[in-house]
Design a protein around this ligand. Sequence first.
Ligand SMILES: Cc1cc2nc3c(=O)[nH]c(=O)nc-3n(C[C@H](O)[C@H](O)[C@H](O)COP(=O)(O)OP(=O)(O)OC[C@H]3O[C@@H](n4cnc5c(N)ncnc54)[C@H](O)[C@@H]3O)c2cc1C
Length: 372
Amino acid sequence: MPETTDVAIVGAGIVGCSAALELAAAGLRVTVFEEKGPGAGATRAAAGILSSQSDAEGPGPLLALGLAARETYPQLTEELRSETGIDVGYRTRGTIVLALDSGDEAELEHRYEWQSMAGLPVERLPAGRIHVLEPQVNRAVRQGLLFPLDHQLDNILLIQALSALAGARGVTFRLGRRVEAVEESGGRVAGLRLAGERVRAGQVVIAAGCWSGQIQGLPEKIPVMPVRGQMLALDPDATIIEHVLFHSGRYLVPRWNGRLLVGSTLERAGFDATVTAGGIGRLISHALDIVPGLKDARIREAWAGLRPGTEDGLPIIGRSSLSGLFYATGLFRSGILLGPLTGKLIAQLLLHGRASHSLQPFDPLRFTPASR
Ligand SMILES: Cc1cc2nc3c(=O)[nH]c(=O)nc-3n(C[C@H](O)[C@H](O)[C@H](O)COP(=O)(O)OP(=O)(O)OC[C@H]3O[C@@H](n4cnc5c(N)ncnc54)[C@H](O)[C@@H]3O)c2cc1C
C-alpha cells in the first residue's frame, strides 16, 4: 500500500517548513519530502536580514508583502523561543544604508522621498551621526538612511526552530528523499513519485526553491531560476558594528555570536553553488571599503547558496491549474523575510480557498500565455 498523507510538501526550506507548521496546526496530516536536510537550500545560506524597506525598489505588491511579513516576526520569534527553547537571535537595531559618493547620495535621496511620502519609518543620517552610531565606518561616508524596523536574525537557528516546532506539531519529515514527479488522476493531484516509491496525497505544495521547476509532471512551466549568492563570515576580535550596513547592494551583518557576515554576490551560474576566488575577493574588498578596521579580522568560512529568482522579480504563490496542487516559491532575495508569511498564506489558501493577503500579483499562472 502506498503511503498516504493529507498534504505532501516538497522542500524543507523556510517556505516548506512554515507551510507545514500552519497546516499541521489546523489538524491535517502533513509530510515534508526533502532531498537533503531542513534549510539545506537557500535558507541556510542566507544573511537573515528582514529588509522590507532597505532593499525595496518602490511601492508595489512586493513592498506590501514585505511590510506584512516584517510585522509577523516579533510574535513568531517569541513563539519559537517559548515552544522550542531556541532563541533565533532576532536583533532589533535596524539597518543603515550608506552613501559613499554622489551617485549613492542621489539614490538614497530618491529612496528617502518615496518612502517618507508613503509614511514608512526612515531617518536621514548625516555623516557625523553615522560615526556616532558606527564609529568604525569609513570616514569617507557622506550620509546614510536608517531603517529602524528592518531587523535581522540567525536564519540557521530559525530553520532549526521552525522544523523542530513542525515536528512537535506532528509533521512527518522524510529527509534524504528527492521527489521526482507530481502525479495526477482524474483531473486532480494524486500524489508524488519518488525513487522506488509512490505517495498518495490529497493536496501537494511545491516549495522546492530554485529547483521547483525541475519536478516532472507540473501542469505549467514554473520559471524559477537559480541566482547564486556567495557569503563570507569573519571573526573580528571585538564587536565592530551594531547595525546591518548596506552599500551598493552588498551588506555587513553583525551576528549575535560576534561573527560578521559579508554578503553577497548576485550571479547567474546555473545550479552551481561553488565559492569562487573572484566572488570572495569582491566581498572582502567591499567589506574593507565600508569598515577599514576589518583588515585583521579572521576569515571563518565562506559558502554559496542559490536564490529562487523569477522573470518579473515577484514570488510565485498560489494555485496551479491542477486541482489540489499549489506553488510557494520564487522568493528570491527576501525569502527569510517572506517565508513564514508565505507559508501561512499558502496554508490559508489550501484550507479555506482564500488568503488574508492578496496573492493575485503572485499568481503562478501569470506566466502562461492564456492569462496574459
Ligand atoms: C547568499 C544568500 C543570502 C540571502 N540573504 C537573505 C536575507 O538576508 N534575507 C532574506 O529575506 N532572504 C535572503 N536570501 C534569500 C532566501 O534565502 C531565500 O529566498 C529563501 O531561503 C528561499 O526559501 P525556500 O524555502 O523557497 O527555498 P530553499 O531554502 O532553497 O529550500 C528548498 C528546499 O527544497 C529541497 N528540494 C529541492 N528539490 C527537491 C526535490 N525534488 N525533492 C525534495 N526536496 C527538494 C532543497 O533541498 C531545499 O532544501 C538569501 C539567499 C542567499 C543565497
